[in-house]
Design a protein around this ligand. Sequence first.
Ligand code: BG6
Length: 488
Amino acid sequence: INNTVFDLVLFGALGDLAQRKLWPALYQLERAGLLAAESRILALAREEMEPGAFATRTAKRLEAQLDASDLDRNTVQALLGKVEYQAFDFSEAERYSVLKQWREQRSVPLIVYMATQPSIYGLIGEGLHEAQCIVADTRVVVEKPIGHDLRSSREINDQLARYFNESQIFRIDHYLGKETVQNLIALRFANNLFAAQWNQNHISHVEITVAERVGIEGRWGYFDEAGQMRDMVQNHLLQLLCLIAMDPPSDLSADSIRDEKVKILKTLRAITPDLMATHLVRGQYTAGTSDGNPVPGYLEEEGAVRESCTETFVAIKAEIENWRWVGVPFYLRTGKRLPEKVSQIIIHFKPAPHYIFDPDQKHLAHNKLIIRLQPDEGISLEVLTKDQGLDKGMRLRQGPLQLNFSKAFDTARIPDAYERLLWEVIKGNQYLFVRRDEVEFAWRWVDRLIADWESSGEAPRRYVAGTWGPVASIAMMARDGRSWYEED
Ligand code: BG6
């Protein structure tokens, strides 16, 4: 393994993202021997601290976060040995000279991770530029949300573009770092069995469900501005849709893959007002249960300050207007406070052209490919076989050909998305990061949809916490003679 030496400067080192995701991911990279000994991390946040206090705090937090079986104190120390903490006010231009000094005499790549509000990306870029810290192999990592709509996303992207080239910008959509999401590329393009069938001749429809059990988790203010459409569909669901629907890229380079994804975003049929009734369902949860415990409704959550029409559930019938997918709906569904946390994609194949078995079983007779992204990562293909037993004649039976990743490959643990993403940034590989035009085409489609529903004045439909969303989402499928996939 080429464990490249780098310098990482982490803005927002004490923030929620850094604490929940980045420090544990860096720990795992250290543990795997991927952080070269000469690499350094400069952790920056506003808070003044005694020398050593940051290391103590981070070590404690890591020890509390990691599973006992996963915790190795020497690794924690080795990681923290690479870290220096500095209190830092992002808005004070003269502070950036610290970075200049820190980088003096260093020729290794600099990674700038902005784990901060997007509103200060420009400020940080300017500070780094003035301190002459940005050179050709400098990389900058930014997080969603990239804006609230197309206009604001352009502003953010423009701010970044003032100081960085597109080839230096690593926009994170953490779903792309999930091992099983990357597996979609392997599944589709390394298996000709599927590749040859992957079109409207053989597939009738596709379901993409990203369900969460959690509610708003103390971030009502942020969420209420965004809603499930901006928080989940604009990024994670559309990325999954692109990976399922895109044409084969000519190679695995970042631009070949991203060019193909953009083509899909461009061909998504607009959900115009005349389609709203059949193609879109918005929901908001009311009080109910989660895991058997009573939970409040969205409007009674901590921090809820007003009546709100923000959606916590969306179901969409998306259509892709190209040769490969004409007539094949992609049913997307995502929501908070659903019965379980599960992300899965179901590819429904068309039935055989001529059916010769028991007429009562005709509804069974199509194959389904179930790609389970989380939890219990794996792939399962529902196939039809003959039921066993002399009395069964040629009755059909549906059963899975199953590949459970952790069982089949004896994987000790599946790396968290941020481990993979940080590792790709270190290597300078952009294929798991979102290009500017992807962000913008996704916003274009989402903005139009939001504008139309807002002008319709329709409130979201209520659903009880702990259920699969408004019944209208079931009706949306039923209208097409279909239903959401349910495990037996
Ligand atoms: C984030 C959203 O991007 O993804 C959250 O802002 C959501 O609202 C989260 O809970 C889901 O991610 P995961 O990895 O837990 O499926």
